[in-house]
Every structure is written in structure tokens, then in C-alpha cells.
Design a protein around this ligand. Sequence first.
Ligand code: ATP
Length: 285
Amino acid sequence: MPSTTSLAIEATDLRKTYGSETALDGVSLSIPTGTVYGFLGPNGAGKSTTMRILTGLSKPTSGTVRVAGTAVENRRAFVPHIGYLPETPPVYDEFSAREQLEYSADLRDIPRDVATDRIEQYLADFDLTDDADKRIRTYSKGMRQKTAFIQSVLHDPDVVFLDEPTSGLDPRAARSIRESITDLAANGTTVFLSTHILPVVEAVADEVGVLFDGHLVAEGTPDELKTRAQTDAGGSLEDAFLAVTSGPDVAGGLEESGTGGSSEPSESSEPSEATAPASTTGDDA
Ligand SMILES: Nc1ncnc2c1ncn2[C@@H]1O[C@H](COP(=O)(O)OP(=O)(O)OP(=O)(O)O)[C@@H](O)[C@H]1O
């Protein structure tokens, strides 16, 4: 059930170093409940690192995270609030989609009758009913992706983290996921969406954050970003993205927009990765 906490995601001054490599350098996020937040950035900007920290799969070198009002360190209370679709669908080849989803529902302690109704509805919504009893190893990429997407939202999480949910999908499958994102937000779920497919972000996002080299260099509505990037009224989000992630003034743009991190050197100690067994995320099967 969606939380009534006004901020769904609160991250303060996140830093992450891998040896001498700084992946995140002071990223803070305040994302209201019910928002679809598009998280953009070029390759290597730190998006996956951020998502892994926000979902409790990786510990930040420093900084704090609360999701739906719960501190990430409080794993038992934290995990039920979140759903996570990583870039590689976490499903078992030897299960059918129905078995995979029933297994996930059991891990999430969803009552069997509730789970059965939800699973059948989702399978129908995603055109998977006819294939629901075939083994996942026979599935196309899109079928696997749709199964994993359902798995990430089956327990009605407060916040769902989606890493490239429509990548490689045909237009019909991609539309199913886009529509689901919009429906989830309409029901109060917060969606944190990382993707390189900017038209998807433009179609569904209420707010966009752009990460560059471990810093949040721009944040606002898609329209605000376009304006800030001084594109003309008909400019696309792609124009805005390119404007805030290129050229020598990226860091200056940060300060003007009031977002992003500092240029202080970060900690260099090697942090230990948190492990997240399937029984605690439900999505790592
Ligand atoms: N386990 C790791 N060990 C060392 N360096 C890492 C590790 N994970 C990420 N990095 C480094 O951290 C930086 C950010 O990586 P990250 O995967 O978060 O970027 P990204 O924005 O998700 O990129 P992409 O869009 O290509 O998926 C990169 O320089 C990467 O090489």
C-alpha cells in the first residue's frame, strides 16, 4: 500500500568510491510520493550505482538514504516498501512465468488468493496469459522483461526502481510498461526510472534528474530542463540532456540550478558491498 510520507525517496550527500575511482560525489535527492522520476545520465555517470544504493544492494561510502520514511539500514522494514527491476531480468529459466510470480509472491508474503488474482490480471495486461505455463528459458527478451516487471510491482510497493525497463522491447510491450508506470503513479506509487530512452522519460516523467560524472547536474520537470538548457520551445529532452552533459560549464550549470554536489575530493576507502539475498528483495531470484 502506498505510503503517506510526503517524500518517497530522501538521499543526502551520497558518495561512493571504488578504490581511487569516485562513482558518486555528493548526490542528494528529495522525491515526492507519487512522482515518476526520470533518472538520466551518460554511460558511467553513476546511475546504476545510485540505484543499487537506493535499493540497499550497495552501501554508500557516506550519505544517507530513506525510502518511504524508512532508513535503508533497517532492512527488514525497508525491503517491503520497494520493488526493483534491474537491467538483467532476475528470473529462473526453469520456472514458468506463473511459477516465477507465485514464488515471488510467497517470498513477499502476499496471501495466495490475493496473489493469484493479481498474477492473472498482470499476465492478461501484458499479453502473457497464453505463455504463462511455458518455461522462461523459451521466452523472448520482451517476455522475460515483462515477467520481471510484474515481479517488481506484484507486492504493491511504495517505490519501484526500474533500470531500463523498456530496453529492447517491441512497441506494444514498451507501451504496456509505459502505461503501467503511469497507472502506478496515479495510484500513489513512486517510480524511479533510469533509462537512456529519452522519449520514454518525456512521455511519463513528472521530474527528471541528470547525473554526470557522479554529480546531479540538473533537476526539474522535463519542460524546466528544456528551458534551462536554453533550447527553443520545440526542443526535445534530448537537446536538454546534451546541453547539460557536455561542454566545460557543466559544473557551473550545477551551481546555478541549485542541485548537484561539491567538487571536494571524496573518500578513497574501499567500501564493502551489501549482499541482498532473494528472500529480502524478492527480485533477485
Ligand atoms: N563494482 C565496481 N567496481 C569499480 N568501479 C565501479 C564498479 N561499479 C561501477 N564502477 C564505476 O563507477 C562509475 C559509475 O558506474 P555506473 O555503472 O553506476 O554508471 P551508469 O551511469 O549506470 O552507466 P551505464 O549507463 O553505462 O550503465 C563508472 O566509472 C564505473 O566504472
